[in-house]
Design a protein around this ligand. Sequence first.
Ligand code: 17E
Ligand code: FE2
Length: 411
Amino acid sequence: MLQPPCDLLLRHGRLLTCNSLIEEVDVAIRAGRFIAVAPTLDLPTDQELDLAGQFVSSPFVESHIHLDSALTAGEPRWNQSGTLFEGIEIWRDRKQHLTLDDVQTRALATLKQQAMQGVLFVRSHADVSEPSLTALRGLLAVREQVKDWMTLQVVAFPQDGIYGNPQNETLLEEALKLGADGVGGIPHYELTREDGVRSVQRVFELAHQYGCFIDLHCDEIDDDQSRFLEVVAACAIRSGLGARVTASHTTAFGSYNNAYAQKLMGFLSRSQINFVSNPLINITLQGRADTYPKRRGITRVKELWQQGLNVSLGHDCIQDPWYSLGTGNMLDVAHMAVHVCQMTGLDEINACYDMVTVNGAKTLNVVHDYGIEVGKPANLIVLEANDRFDSIRRRAPIRYVISQGKVLTGV
Ligand code: 17E
Ligand code: FE2
C-alpha cells in the first residue's frame, strides 16, 4: 500500500535508548508527531536531513526562570553587594515602571533566545506583588503568543511575601483567577518564621482551591535555621500532592547539620516532591555573609539524586538584578552543576544532563508529551556531540531544533 509521505525524515542520528545505550536511528515525523523511530527507515518524505551521527536528544527544559525581570540588569542600578536581598530591592524599584509592552518584549526576546538553544519547555515565575499585576498579565499573554513553538508555564510568585503587605494575599489569589498555572511562595522572606509557615499552608490551600501546581522559592538563604522545606514536605505528605509540588532553590539544605538533613531526607522521600536547583545563580548569590571557609550555598543535589528524588536544574536569571550574566544555554547550567555539586563521575555527569531534560519534564509534569517515541509531539534537538557527557563537556552547539514537527530556523 502506498504510504503518505512523511514531512521530515532525520537520518543517522545517535539516540539514547531507555537503557542508556546509544543507538543509530532514523526518525520520521508527520503532522507534528513522531511516526517511526528505527535503525533504518525507508519512507517517502518531503524533507530529509542527514544528521551524520550527531546526538539526538529530547529538548531542554528550563524548569525555573524569571522572565518578567529578564534583560533588566543595571536598571535602575547595578547590584553591588551581589546578594539576593539587594536584588529584591532593585527589582522593587524597577517593577514600578513595568508596562505590558516592556514585559512582553523582554520575555519574548528571552524565549526566542532559549528556543534557538534547544529549550522548548519553560516554567517562569511572575512577580505578583505589585498592584497592577502587569508582570503576570504580560507573561500570560506571551504564553498564548508562543504556544505553537514553546510550552510556557507561569507561576504566580509573591516576591515580597504573602504577608509582608496587606494586599499581597489578595493579589496572589487574583493572579490565580487570571489563569496562572502555578502558585508560589517565599517563606524565608516572610516577616516572621510563623508567617513563613502559614504562607506555605496558604499556598497549599490555594493550589487545592484553584487546581494548580505549587512551586515555592524555599529556603533561599544560608541560614541553617531556615527550615520551611520540612513544612513543604509535611503539607505534601498530608495532602498527597507531592508530584505536583516543587521546592526551588532550597539552598539552606546545604547548611543544615547532617543529623537533621538525614532525618529530613526520609521525609522528602515520603513526600515525593520535585526539586529545582539553580547553580549559576546560587553559587554567586549565596555565601555573601561568609568570610572563609566560604559555603557554596547549593542544595544537596547529589544526595537528593542518590535518594531517587526528582531534581532538575534552572537558569533562574538572564541578565537581571540577581545575575547580570546568563544566555539561556542549559548546558551552561548543567556544566556549573557538575562542578559546584561535584558530580564528576560519568553517571553523575550524565545525570546532570538528565536534570536539564527529562527530569525537568517531570518537574513540569509534561512527560506524557515528552520523549522521542512514536505518537508523541515531534520535539527534539540535534547537538554537535556524541552523547550526554560530550554535550556537557563541550557545551556543544545545537545543530537543529525541531518543535512540533517543524525545524526552527528563527522564531
Ligand atoms: N527572586 C528570588 O527571590 N530569588 C531569586 N533567585 C530570583 C528572584 C532570581
Ligand atoms: Fe528563582
